[in-house]
Design a protein. Structure first.
Ligand code: SPV
Ligand code: MN
Length: 624
């Protein structure tokens, strides 16, 4: 048997040895022997080594250079365009039970299966061994992460999205307190895309702090530090009394008030999360994943575990997303994925151009207008879930605290979903417990950005259900307890950017800025509100003034009334759906049912009393 030094070479061995960590040595030996790569490259924090990874992505053909300096494009396989929910499973130790909706595989059987798939998976390929830090380095939020991957695209993306962590690993002083990710794209086809999609598996070994991913490249399936680490972090947070959340973090800057108020926000995919974090005039800390801990003064503090954005590119245009559009069309290190490329120029859906070429290369390979896939479906010129990957620091609106090891103090939390007919555009929770209830009852209508049918209403508690690895009841209990411990508990708001009337959206996309400013003002006790059973509603006058101030637009009272009327029948239907969803869920916090039953009784009583299905805010104002 060759020694590790013989297996990986003197130079690589020396880099590992400098970490003084026997666990890293042992894992490297185990995985190199298992996956059998032709070559190994240990990458430290040295910019030259990082540049080598970037170069390899071009040389291997996993990325192609575009015309604009620093821009590249990567394609995922035609059937590898989103997270594979069906084949992403928690490895379940014997005797464990998780909630309905969490995919599990028996731990022993799953490990055997995935080790079998990984056996020899890196033959002929180069294995990159990389060290990162989840969260800012030198912080109590920091979690070290070790990534093994044979995909130069994965290794390169992680440079744009995460903080390097080789030096941070030295601070572990030999402990095994880090997450480990083993990924292989498996066999590649002529387009350098994973070939064996039917054998795509992502298995999460929560008790061992490891995730295995094979036969895929799409970032949500392959990048260890993104959604794979979120699952491990949820488990860890759950045992250490902090929160690991699928949340944006942003600084809100009300005009003329000379202050910044930080918010987090949870939204299911493609429901306005990145565009909320990017509202003009505000600053972005993060757009996807937050760790939240209590500080000594009893504040909730959050950090972005990432330092980049893997954002949906669809509908990024100069009108709706001017800052991102500008970043996407000027030179910088940036990876496009699954867009149309013609003559070295990328094109995507909703980019606001009417000169889209009729031919080019896209996620289906060579593309021409009218091309159909094997199932007979017309192939759009770019995928609806096509994305861009870049550093937050590249954005003009990057918040100065992005890398602050202390994080930022969170004063408000937003919960949103794509909801055409039930919730008003914004309301405030009556209490922290009610806020957790709002998060737990997020529903969203499916879009083309996710696999499956479009327009189906799906529940997605805290927008985190896809990543849940502990029973939902215990997760929610933890959440409630966390808020109760805080001295300065954030206010919670529900937002809905997608309310429709007679098939048309009731609000413009930009209106979310007004809702946000109202929420920020509420945090500072600057607005009165109308108390209703579902929460506090904004008063017409305050929104009118905000619309005037922000957009110089007249906000009509009849628009307000239509937008903010309580849709009693719809709300009661939702109550029934939630009852069905949570009825058999063990370990649910009693506070959840208290809020639920109160709302149900109050809404029912209103229905009986008025016989109406739509109650305007003035109805409640008169009763105050
Ligand atoms: C999401 O879908 O929530 C994303 C992108 O942020 S993914 O990496 O696919 O998770
Ligand atoms: Mn996400």
């Amino acid at each position: 048997m060759p020694s590790l030094e013989e297996l990986i070479g003197k130079e690589n061995f020396a880099k590992l040895e400098a970490l003084n960590n026997p666990h890293v040595m042992e894992l490297t030996e185990r995985y190199v022997k298992l996956c059998k790569p032709a070559k190994v490259s240990v990458i430290t924090d040295d910019p030259e080594e990082i540049a080598y990874v970037r170069r390899r992505a071009i040389e291997t053909g996993e990325e192609m250079k575009l015309k604009m300096e620093g821009h590249t494009v990567h394609y995922d396989g035609y059937y590898d365009q989103a997270r594979d929910k069906e084949h992403t499973a928690v490895l379940l130790p014997k005797g464990w039970r998780l909630s309905r909706g969490i995919v599990t595989v028996d731990r022993e059987a799953g490990l055997k299966e995935i080790m079998g798939l990984l056996d020899g998976a890196m033959r002929g390929k180069e294995l990159f061994i990389r060290f990162f830090c989840l969260g800012p380095t030198n912080s109590r939020f920091s979690i070290s992460a070790l990534q093994f991957t044979d995909s130069s695209y994965v290794a390169h993306s992680e440079d744009l999205l995460y903080r390097t962590g080789y030096e941070q690993f030295k601070k572990l002083k030999g402990s095994d307190d880090f997450f480990t990710f083993l990924h292989s794209a498996g066999e590649l086809d002529e387009r350098n895309c994973s070939k064996n999609i039917d054998k795509r598996r992502i298995y999460i070994d929560i008790i061992d702090g490891k995730v295995y991913s094979v036969n895929c490249q799409y970032a949500g399936n392959s990048l260890g530090l993104k959604k794979l680490a979120l699952r491990l972090a949820i488990y860890k947070a759950h045992h250490e009394d902090w929160l690991a959340e699928h949340m944006l973090i942003m600084g809100v800057h009300p005009e003329g008030k000379n202050r910044v108020t930080y918010f987090t926000g949870a939204f299911p995919s493609a429901c306005g999360k990145t565009s909320t974090a990017m509202i003009p005039g505000q600053t972005i800390v993060g757009d996807d994943i937050a760790y939240i801990r209590m500080d000594e003064e009893g504040n909730a503090r959050a950090v972005n575990i990432e330092s980049g954005i893997f954002g949906i590119i669809k509908d990024v245009n100069p009108v709706d997303d001017p800052l991102i559009y500008k970043a996407l069309t000027t030179p910088r290190e940036l990876i496009f994925s699954n867009v149309l490329v013609a003559d070295g120029v990328p094109y995507w859906l909703g980019m606001g151009r009417d000169d889209i070429p009729k031919r080019g290369i896209n996620h289906s390979g060579e593309w021409w207008e009218g091309k159909r896939d094997a199932e007979g479906n017309l192939i759009p010129f770019a995928h609806p879930n096509a994305r861009y990957t870049m550093r937050i620091s590249e954005l003009e609106n990057a918040d100065p605290n992005v890398n602050n090891p202390e994080g930022v103090i969170i004063r408000g939390i937003l919960y949103g979903g794509r909801d055409s007919d039930t919730n008003v555009p914004i309301y405030e929770a009556l209490s922290w417990e009610h806020g957790v209830y709002i998060g737990a009852t997020i529903e969203s209508e499916t879009t083309t950005a996710t696999i499956g049918k479009v327009g189906v209403r799906k529940s997605n508690p805290m927008a985190i259900m896809d990543f849940m690895v502990v029973p939902l009841g215990t997760y929610l209990t933890n959440h409630i307890k966390f808020g109760k411990r805080l001295k300065n508990c954030p206010k919670v708001f529900a937002v809905n950017y997608f309310l429709k009337h007679k098939g048309r959206y009731l609000n413009e996309k930009v209106d979310k800025k007004v809702w946000l400013m109202w929420a920020e003002g509420r945090v500072h006790d600057e607005y009165d509100a109308i108390k209703t059973p579902i929460g506090y509603l904004p008063r017409y006058e305050d929104l009118r003034d905000l619309f005037k101030q922000i957009f110089n637009r007249e906000y009509r009272e009849e628009d307000y009334t239509l937008q903010f009327s309580l849709r009693l029948d719809k709300l009661l239907e939702k109550i029934a759906r939630m009852e069905e969803l949570y009825r058999d869920e063990p370990g649910m916090p009693k506070e959840f049912w208290e809020v639920h039953n109160q709302q149900k009784a109050a809404l029912k009583a209103l229905k009986e009393e008025t016989g109406r299905s739509l109650l305007p805010p003035s109805f409640f104002l008169d009763r105050q």
